[in-house]
Design a protein around this ligand. Structure first.
Ligand SMILES: Cc1cc2nc3c(=O)[nH]c(=O)nc-3n(C[C@H](O)[C@H](O)[C@H](O)COP(=O)(O)OP(=O)(O)OC[C@H]3O[C@@H](n4cnc5c(N)ncnc54)[C@H](O)[C@@H]3O)c2cc1C
Length: 297
């Protein structure tokens, strides 16, 4: 591949992995509008720790994705020092598929890798201009630009023609609770939990329980005290050490909007759309690009 500089939009895990890969052979600039990196996987600061505040899980969603886990684990360890710890957790997914290769990961080093990068630019990218064989973003020129599925980019101008790339803003709400105590049943990830929390993750740590519950649509906007009261009853005898509501604004695209974005990206050879819909499937699609380095580097 020709030399950069390259631009990457956003800091969700796959985009960080991609930026890290590209940066091994060329200058890379990452555009991120938020002060906190990680996108839909971003963490909250609680005391001197950073804790995952959303119900994130990195698992294969089909038999064809199972072999990809070994590749993911090797890359996370090699590039970021992140270990994959085999997970005995209970898991209840909406799909009938039951993931076999399941691990715990602490993605903090992935996010922390950006702190040392002087290539992270904090700004909102409303439009991308692709012309003269390169890309202009925020007044800078790049050889290529990589966009994720849920980029809040309103339009792409290709050789003077503006192609709108619409999305819908969706705010997801998660209750994060830290409680003292331990649970006998061990950890759980469940996609069909109850009427208030449709998706729940419960982690057992020495002396504490971490509960993350995605608030069901009908209960979005409820007060912290009300949501906490709904969750705390699940852990008799435990008391709440910390409670927060995490609201995450996501630039969601449905299939039609994704197809529109893909068509706009396809109109300019210097633009690439990265499949970030699900971690493992997205990683699988990125593999040819990540292997590029093994072949050429
Ligand atoms: C709450 C939530 C939880 C999820 N959990 C999982 C999970 O556990 N497992 C899984 O496989 N998938 C999960 N998904 C699916 C998820 O969409 C992907 O895993 C992935 O994070 C999507 O990556 P993305 O970069 O497209 O979007 P995001 O993760 O939303 O990240 C986009 C990033 O780019 C920044 N950004 C966007 N637009 C602009 C702009 N115009 N200018 C500057 N910065 C911009 C945002 O601030 C953000 O940091 C989840 C999705 C959501 C919404």
């Amino acid at each position: 591949m020709a030399e950069g500089p390259d631009a990457v939009l956003g800091t969700s895990p796959l985009m960080i992995i991609l930026a890290d890969h590209l940066a091994r052979s060329r200058p890379v600039t990452i555009f991120e509008e938020r002060p906190v990196v990680g996108g839909a996987w971003s963490q909250l600061a609680v005391g001197n720790r950073r804790i995952s505040s959303k119900t994130n899980i990195l698992v294969p969603l089909g038999l064809d994705e199972e072999p990809v886990m070994a590749r993911i684990n090797a890359l996370l360890l090699d590039r970021f020092g992140i270990e994959a710890i085999p997970s005995p957790d209970q898991i209840r997914m909406l799909s009938s598929y039951s993931p076999q290769n399941r691990f715990h990961y602490d993605l903090q080093p992935l996010f922390a890798s950006l702190v040392d990068m002087d290539r992270l630019v904090t700004m909102h990218v409303s439009h991308v201009i692709a012309d003269m064989g390169s890309v202009e973003v925020g007044g800078h020129r790049f050889a290529r630009m990589y966009l994720p599925y849920f980029a809040g980019v309103e339009g792409i101008a290709v050789d003077g023609k503006l192609l709108p790339t619409p999305f819908s803003e969706v705010v997801s709400e998660h209750l994060l609770l830290i409680l003292d105590g331990e649970i006998a049943d061990g950890a759980l990830y469940c996609e069909d939990f109850n009427e208030v929390f449709d998706r729940v993750q419960i982690k057992n740590r020495p002396g504490e329980i971490i509960f993350t519950g995605r608030v069901a649509r009908a209960h979005k906007g409820r007060a912290l005290e009300w949501l906490t009261a709904q969750a705390v009853g699940l852990f008799p005898g435990a008391s709440v050490l910390h409670a927060t509501i995490d609201k995450y604004r996501n630039f969601h695209r449905n299939e039609e909007q994704l197809a529109t974005l893909q068509a706009a990206v396809d109109a300019a050879p210097q633009l690439y759309l990265v499949n970030t819909g699900q971690f493992v499937a997205g990683f699988k699609s990125l593999l040819p690009l990540l292997q590029d380095e093994v072949v050429h580097g």
